[in-house]
Design a protein around this ligand. Sequence first.
Ligand SMILES: [Zn+2]
Length: 422
Amino acid sequence: MNAARHAERSAIVLTGCTVVDGRALEGVAPLADAAVWVRGERIEAVGPAPEVLAAAGAAGDFRQVDLAGAYLTPGLVNMHTHLSLSLPGQGGDAVKGLGAYELAHYMADGARRTLRCGVTTVRCVAEKDHADFALRRAIAFGRVTGPRIFTAGQALVCTGGHGHEGTDTLECDGADGFRRGVRGQVKAGADLIKVMISGGIAGEHESIHTRQLFPDELAAVIETAHAWGRKVTAHAGPAPVIAEAVELGLDCVEHGYQLTPEVAALMAERGTALVPTLLVTRCEEFFDQLGVPEWMRRRSLDAGPRHLESYAMALAAGVEVLLGSDMPPFWQFEGTNASVRELEHMSESGLGPARALYAGTLGPVRWLGAEADLGTVEPGKYADLIAMDGDPLTATSAFRGVRWVMSGGRIVRDDRTGWNAS
Ligand SMILES: [Zn+2]
């Protein structure tokens, strides 16, 4: 973060709030009548309002912001994001047809909308043309309003494999090819590596069951990424392919459409997380808006019941599950945005509100290795905070009511005053 942007921010004390975060699962109770002192980009203190106000007053001037009885939580973290998503069909073709400069603006617009939804961090898992690295820099320097970005750059895929049609993937073949692919993404600035190891819903010439990498290719990806200190996440459907990858050290599974109790137990044992992206098989309205072809609609809907069974198996086995929408995180959908809708599905399908809060905040942050900076409302962390009227520990739908958003100590949305940062 640049110094000039930092200096612009005066101290703020947030009052009139109940502070809640993912540590509720670990015995840290919500704090009612709390105040949060934000100095620069970070949280200075959290505690009972009189104490925090006195401490802030003793340190100098500050601005008090009354949140009027809101619940204050860390911002959401969406672990499966594509800001340059282009599915088959006319909506996706329009994105594919954008020139480089247009694409950059399109992604910046998505980033701004995402942050306004209260999603303060995203993990991008395949973006076009390395535009994500430019966007990440623009956000870090304050030229664009958007979430913090952790990104895989382009996803690695075998020739003709899942997603090969777009410039958000890089075709590789053979162990050497995949090693080069990993190193190329790391060279460009990737925080993690994404690899497509099976077919999926959006590929016309494959099925969800199609195995796409040989074991030596998969091992090459994982060994190379780990040697460079990067985790690997895989687009994966069928259980045998996932089991093999988990044995080789895979860190995270995307979708997991067809888990079995055995592979779920293996994931739990090895600490492999699951980003279930439940929306992918239940988002007809979104597909209609984009005009996706009939074969894709059908494949999506058909996979829905089995996908939900898989998710239940993962929960039963104790697999860590994390929020990820796959749909653009800001997309207005079924009365809210895609990030909140996904979290509702996760909560209602067995997770419950307290674990959903964790799966949408602290859980992802721990996977990203960013817990020193993000994920809870604690002194020393970045002031990435959101406020809503409902209690998120009672109902995940409380996140539909996010009405105030702060990113790095800067208020970027306040519905009561009509303020929206541009
Ligand atoms: Zn995806």
